[in-house]
Structure formats: C-alpha cells, structure tokens
Design a protein around this ligand. Structure first.
Ligand code: FES
Length: 165
C-alpha cells in the first residue's frame, strides 16, 4: 500500500524562522533544523539560506554546501508522489541501474525533477534497509522490494490514477 506524501507546499517564512530558532542552541543544530524544515515543508526553501547562515554563524556557501551534500534535502517542493529508487550496492547488484534508466524514461524525469502536472518526483536514495529484497523503491512512505520495470510501471500508474498501489 502506498501513502501519498502530505501536501507540503504551504511554506511560511515565519514558521520556518521559528523552526530554525528551536535548533540554534543544539549540537548539530543545523542538520536538525534542516531536517525539521524539510519535514514541515517538504523542502528547504532558498530564502532560508541566509537566516540559517546567520543563526548558525556560518557562511551562506557553507549552508548551501550542507544542503547539497545530503541527498535527502530538497531545494524545491516535491510532487505529491515521490518515487525514490535505491542506488546503493545491494540494489545496484540486483539491477537498480537499469530500473533507474527505465524510470527516467517512463516518467520523463531525471533525479531531482518533478512533473508538476502529474505530481511525480523522482529521487535517488541510498539504502532503504530492504537490501534482502533488492532492488528497492520507496513511494511516499512505503518501501517496495524486488521491483522490476513491470512492477514499477504498475506503481507509477497507481500514482498517476491517484490510487494506492
Ligand atoms: S542497498 Fe538498496 S535497500 Fe539496501
């Protein structure tokens, strides 16, 4: 069963600033703040780079570097359905590269891109803890194992129809 990601397009700068303030005094507060911001809004809006830099006494380039380094952080809102294909070793050994190429073709997306019309986003992920059932794909909050091209097509079709797969 696939759950849709909740709508997270309601970016609110004031709420974002309060989230940042909650983490300023924490060790590793920047990562905690980034995680909280992404959990709240679905992405880390570019307008938060400067407030984050000020709050954590870093340069804007350093904050941007952290956001870019971690694959899980997005810099733009995701679609309603985020399709993540595992790129880590066990899944690669079981064909995730070919599955990825197929997904890019059928979705018409590269990693990090969103088809706004269909509400689909394609992202890489690096191990979903489902290595025994590789290759693994996560859609919304649900992990699917042993996904081949046919099964991926079915999962994508379910997303396109707005039904649970
Ligand atoms: S390597 Fe893909 S789930 Fe672990």
């Amino acid at each position: 069963m696939t759950r849709q990601s909740p709508s997270k397009t309601d970016f609110d700068p004031a709420v974002a600033r309060s989230i940042i303030a909650e983490h300023v005094a924490e060790p590793g507060g920047l990562l905690a703040a980034l995680n909280a911001l992404q959990a709240r809004f679905g992405y880390v809006d570019g307008e938060l780079i400067a407030p984050l830099a000020d709050a954590f006494n870093l340069s804007r380039a350093e904050v941007h570097g952290v956001i870019s380094f971690y694959h899980d952080f997005r810099d733009r809102p995701p679609g309603r359905h985020v399709v993540r294909i595992c790129q880590a070793e066990a899944c690669q050994a079981m064909g995730s590269r070919g599955l990825t190429a197929h997904a890019k073709e059928v979705l018409g997306l590269d990693f990090g891109e969103t088809n706004a019309g269909e509400g689909l986003t394609l992202e890489p992920v690096y191990c979903l803890g489902n290595c025994a059932a590789a290759p693994a794909v996560m859609i919304g909050e649900t992990v699917h194992g042993r996904v081949d091209a046919t099964r991926l097509d079915m999962l994508v079709a379910a997303c396109r129809k707005g039904v649970r797969a």
